[in-house]
Design a protein around this ligand. Structure first.
Ligand code: KG4
Ligand code: ZN
Length: 362
């Protein structure tokens, strides 16, 4: 059964066709990064407008790339929560109209459930991604899922039938959000995750000891705003003292041993974030006896997080699964994928389906 999955929850207009919840026939994403870059973050009103401009084309392209028409589909699924309300509404309105016109079942999907499903998806060999990701048919239940994106940080125990037990989440900023904010303090651009990740590879992660808030609390909660503030104060102080080697000054002769580089700040910041994420994920796997940990969401693209989690999981005999890069960030395939499972469980929505900015997993 082929499902069209649509996601417009944030700043990506995404549509995909997935067969039987496994086979990604197409996965089309229009990024709005260039629009929001000038503002250093996602501007909700602009996001909605750009979704409106792109949605019809992206849906048509996803069908064309999958080589199907609406007649070949069994259902239309759309993210209706959580996310930016104006952005969500565009996808929901499009999905409702298309489902009505083509007489197809409509399913409203939780965006986070999509992320949790993403590691399960197998990409078509023609997209040349099979070599870069694992096949996940061996993923067992229950497993621990760490969802880390620009809007969410959640540790979830995932049970058979896609039932969830939320173990913990962030008390303040999401992991991706702090990457973006720290990149802004450092004058590096938006979104900051990939930029900091790349920069960190050239820096010393032990150069600066940034705090690890809530690392040792007896729960599965996270707090990242303290790390962010600490980086901010450090950067301001170093700048005032003329000790920060900023962008464009890389070739300055380091005469002063107290000079700090963007590379070292990026690596030390990343070490703090990754340390807490890995520590609590491993703790959850140990406590629940889960034999697998999945990593998903935009921050799951982080090279250090992937590597550290793998090493730490191996020490407790747990497997780590993560989707290919293009399924870590927002996409329609993960929505179509989980929608297939929901469809089989009997989910159908009315045309009164609405978008809502919030939406808990359970
Ligand atoms: O899942 P996503 O595409 O959108 C949301 O649902 O939020 O995640 C976007 C977030 C951004 O904050 C971005 O900076 C972060 O994922 N990100 C990364 C990396 N690539 C993207 N963070 C750390 N390292 C990366 N390589
Ligand atoms: Zn997302």
């Amino acid at each position: 059964m082929k499902i069209l999955g649509i996601d417009t929850s944030c700043d990506e207009t995404a549509a995909a066709v997935v067969a039987d919840g496994r086979k990604v026939l197409s996965n089309v994403v229009a990024s709005q990064i260039e629009v929001h870059q000038a503002y250093g973050g996602v501007v909700p009103e602009l996001a909605s407008r750009k979704h409106i401009e792109a949605i019809n084309y992206i849906v048509s392209r996803s069908l064309a790339e999958a080589n199907v028409t609406f007649k070949d589909l069994g259902a239309i699924a759309v993210t209706n929560r959580p996310g930016l309300i104006g952005a969500l509404l565009v996808g929901v309105a499009a999905a409702k109209s298309l489902a009505y016109c083509h007489d197809l079942p409509l399913l409203g999907i939780n965006h986070i459930e999509g992320h949790i499903y993403a590691p399960f998806l197998a990409q078509l060999a023609s997209q040349n991604l099979l070599s870069k990701c694992m096949m996940h048919d061996t993923l067992t239940f229950p497993h621990i899922c760490l969802t880390v994106s620009g809007g969410h940080t959640l540790l979830v125990e995932v049970h058979e039938g896609w039932q969830y037990k939320v173990l913990g989440g962030t008390q303040d900023d999401a992991a991706g959000e702090v990457y973006d904010k720290v990149a802004k303090y450092l004058g590096l651009g938006f979104p900051g995750g990939k930029i900091i990740d790349d920069l960190a590879q050239k820096g010393d992660p032990s150069a600066i000891k940034f705090p690890r808030p809530m690392r040792n609390t007896n729960d599965y909660q996270f707090s990242f705003s303290g790390i962010k503030t600490s980086v901010r104060y450090f950067v301001e102080k170093a700048r005032r003292a003329g000790l920060l080697v900023e962008n464009g000054q890389e070739n300055v002769e380091p005469t002063n041993p107290d000079l700090v580089t963007l590379e070292d700040i990026a690596a030390s910041f990343q070490a703090a974030v990754v340390d807490v994420l890995v520590y609590k994920s491993i703790r959850a796997a140990k406590a629940t006896g889960a034999g697998a940990i999945t990593l998903t969401g935009g921050v799951a693209a982080n090279s250090q997080l992937r590597a550290s989690l793998k090493v730490a999981a191996a020490e407790i005999g747990a497997e780590v699964y993560y989707p290919p890069m293009n399924l870590c960030t927002d996409n329609g395939a993960m929505i179509a994928g989980i929608a297939y499972e929901k469809y089989r469980q009997g989910l159908r929505d009315e045309f009164s389906l609405n978008a809502t900015p919030n939406g808990s997993l359970v």
